[in-house]
Design a protein around this ligand. Structure first.
Ligand SMILES: [Zn+2]
Length: 331
């Protein structure tokens, strides 16, 4: 019997070896792009740590049922809370988690703390957690997830067994979408392309009826902006900045999508083969590439990245977007 995890076989094997040999470490850090499967794998490991039956976790005992409901007394999950513009883990929430870990397990053999998107904890909160990682209370296992190990304090990373999850092969994501999520083949193919190996991301897109139409609209917007006047670009920047007031991640989502399109353009200007992020937009990519040099496409990409970085720092979104869009060539 194996775990109910698609892909990341090496990581599953390693965790199961630790369990089988009773050599479970005090802390594990799962890294990888958003939607690649960090939380799914960490949660499965947590189930295996708490179920008293032999690995794999049975799924039927009291521990497994409580874990599935999110109410196991020995599983403490810390998730970033969105209060203002960004989701974050506060020092207080971190202290509460640390406090909870000081007690002996109530029912299971161990206590497990699952800290999701630990990079959302600022350095003060991370520092508060460091002491717990340095001297973990007995029988406690700490599971952290983060997109990049670099986003955490090096002192935190060095105390964890790091499981760096890589994107899955396209064919594996496509097959999983068809077999397990019953997606029609053509949709599965497109979603697998868009997700670039991130199965969780592909599944989220599949389950969101508005995601694909919204993506299509943003790519149409990009075409209109390329042909559009300065006035049209100014007004789009204003509109997008306004949308970002509800959630800055919406602007980042648009920038990421456009980055994917422009990477495809850059590849096309250079005559390079290789997988494209937007295979369904090949004709538009080709048309834009015909009109530009690789250097011009590269400049647009650099501008988008710069804008994305500026928005991370709470810059005036409208101004940053204006500068970005006005720099685009007219095609
Ligand atoms: Zn069980």
């Amino acid at each position: 019997m194996s775990w109910d995890i698609i892909g990341h076989q090496w990581a599953v094997d390693m965790l199961r070896r630790d369990l089988a040999a009773d050599r479970v470490r005090h802390a594990y850090l799962f890294t990888g792009a958003a939607g690649v499967g960090k939380r799914t794998l960490a949660a499965q490991f947590a189930r295996a740590l708490l179920c008293p039956h032999a690995d794999p976790p049975c799924g039927q005992c009291r521990h497994c049922l409580l874990t599935a409901r999110g109410s196991h007394p020995d599983l403490f999950t810390l998730t970033p809370i969105k209060k203002t513009r960004h989701a974050f883990i506060s020092v207080d929430a971190m202290r509460e988690a640390i406090g909870a870990l000081q007690f002996k397990p109530m029912e299971a053999r161990r206590r497990v703390a699952l800290v999701l998107n630990a990079h959302a904890a600022n350095s003060m909160a991370q520092n508060a957690f460091l002491k717990t990682l340095e001297e973990p209370p007995g029988q406690t296992v700490i599971l952290l997830t983060a997109e990049r190990a670099d986003d955490l304090l090096p002192t935190i990373v060095s105390r964890c067994a790091v499981m760096a999850l890589r994107p899955l092969p396209h064919a594996q994501v496509r097959a999983a979408l068809i077999e397990r999520w019953l997606a029609p083949a053509e949709r599965a193919d497109l979603l697998a392309h868009l997700a670039q190996g991130r199965l969780g991301y592909a599944v989220a897109l599949h389950g969101d009826d508005e995601a694909l139409p919204a993506r299509a609209q943003r790519l149409d917007d990009l075409q209109a902006l390329l042909a559009g006047s300065r006035v049209a670009r100014f007004s789009y920047a204003e509109k997008l900045a306004k949308e970002g007031k509800d959630g800055p991640e919406r602007i980042q989502g648009v920038l990421d999508l456009w980055l994917g399109f422009w990477r495809d353009v850059l590849l096309a200007t250079a005559g390079a083969a290789g997988p494209r992020a937007n295979p369904d937009r090949a004709a538009e990519v080709e048309r834009v590439a015909q009109a530009l040099t690789p250097a011009a496409a590269h400049a647009v990409l650099a501008g988008l990245r710069r804008t994305s970085a500026l928005l991370e720092k709470n810059t005036n979104a409208r101004l940053a977007l204006e500068v970005c869009l006005l720099d685009w060539p007219r095609v």
